[in-house]
Ligand binder design. Structure first.
Ligand code: PMP
Length: 389
């Protein structure tokens, strides 16, 4: 039997990151590759208590099929939180998704025709490239500078179905856009008639000061805004949301229905029980403190061990350092040597829609301990010194 697969299936590739994660499961490897949140920070006790309350008070409803839009009290809670960030967040515009990754897929399904253009940052989140790619777009990279995508670059991508933006502590670069740049991007997108898809899984993980208001706060009905509980509670819940323009909401909802009917109502009720009385206000600062210490450990280790010619910026939030190696070094080609030496990272090239940038790599500082970070960066420094010699 030979299976004739759809064209879009040919465009699905094994995720480079998942392949690398497999490598790093070998014992003894310090993995700075995967962006797995530190499991020590998962609020297991609060989740267990909330689960017991959900079973006790609404077990039958929680186990039943539920509304595709999401659990109403949770949508209201999300809307109130977004309103505090300056967004016009009517709960009727909130769609609860199975992780924000599903939000990206639904946007792709509703917005992209084969051959239509999608504007992206350079680099951008690999998982978004993968989600959109199945719908056969042509990616166009927006011209950027040290501060992120350039507002002047948006006219050149007018006519694209949307621009995908990650303003807060971007995966993979760690960069956070200034307030000025956000306002200018919103204005330039409006002028170019270019809709915005803004992805914000990392905004609460700030270590120095809170990030400026979202681009969407300046974009009116011209933006879809995606958020997630993965980084502030736990990724295994698969719980995210999108705030969608009124004109788009019904189609996104229909796409959601077709995809999975609804996000597990059980998880939604548990998370609502956990967050409704302000739990995140005490919990998220503990994650920030932990990750800030990890970031500082990585910064110190990089300064000590990386050879001259390597460049990086210290991220003010999120999970990643982004390293530029001296030109001529290829992070993909060096990975086997690094893994043999006992350290893993993610090569940067797959994060660029247009290819190139072989001399970049991403390091996560959240999963392993500060001691392991020091050890891993020392090993990486050794590998890089040998490669540049
Ligand atoms: N967007 C970005 C930028 C991410 O880094 C991630 C997770 N790695 C996601 C979306 C997806 O997150 P989730 O589906 O867990 O909400």
């Amino acid at each position: 039997m030979s299976w004739q697969m759809a064209r879009r299936a040919e465009r699905l590739n094994p995720s480079t990151i998942r392949e690398i994660l497999k490598l790093t499961e070998k014992p003894g490897i310090v993995s700075l590759a995967g962006g797995l949140p530190a499991a020590d920070g998962f609020p297991v006790g609060a989740m267990a208590e909330a689960t017991a309350r959900v079973y006790r008070d609404s077990g039958r409803e929680a186990l039943q099929y539920a509304a595709s839009e999401g659990y109403a009290p949770l949508r209201e809670w999300i809307a109130a939180r977004l309103a505090a960030k300056g967004l016009d967040a009517d709960p009727a515009r909130i769609l609860v998704t199975t992780g924000s990754q599903q939000g990206l897929d639904l946007v792709g399904k509703v917005m992209i025709d084969p051959g239509s253009r999608v504007a992206v940052e350079s680099p951008t989140y690999l998982g978004a490239l993968q989600a959109f790619n199945a719908y056969e777009p042509e990616f166009v990279a927006v011209d950027g500078d040290d501060e992120g995508p350039r507002p002047e670059g948006l006219a050149a991508v007018a006519g694209a179905r949307f621009i995908y933006l990650l303003p807060n502590f971007q995966n993979p670069s760690g960069r956070c856009l200034s307030d000025e740049r956000r306002r200018a991007l919103a204005a330039a997108a409006a002028a170019a008639g270019l809709p915005i898809v803004e992805d914000n899984p990392y905004g609460d993980l700030w270590y120095d000061q809170p990030p400026p208001a979202p681009v969407s706060a300046h974009a009116g009905d011209n933006a879809v805004y995606l958020g997630s509980f993965s980084k502030v509670l736990a990724p295994g819940l698969r719980l995210g949301w999108m705030l969608a323009p009124r004109a788009l909401f019904p189609k996104l909802l229909q796409a959601k229905q077709a995809a999975d009917l609804h996000t597990p109502g059980f998880n939604q009720r548990i998370v609502y029980e956990v967050v409704k009385d302000g739990f995140l206000e005490q919990h998220v600062p503990t994650i920030r403190a932990r990750y800030a210490a990890h970031r500082d450990a990585m910064r110190a280790a990089l300064e000590t061990h990386l050879p001259a010619g390597c460049r990086w910026q210290v991220p003010s939030g999120g999970m990643f350092f982004w390293i530029e190696l001296p030109a001529g070094l290829d992070a993909t080609a060096l990975l086997p040597a690094a893994v043999a030496a006992g350290v893993a990272y993610v090569p940067g090239a797959p994060f660029f829609a247009g290819g190139g940038h072989a001399n970049t790599l991403r390091l996560s500082f959240v999963t392993v301990s500060p001691q392991q970070i020091e050890r891993g960066i020392a090993l990486l420094g050794q590998v890089l010194k040998e490669a540049s010699a």
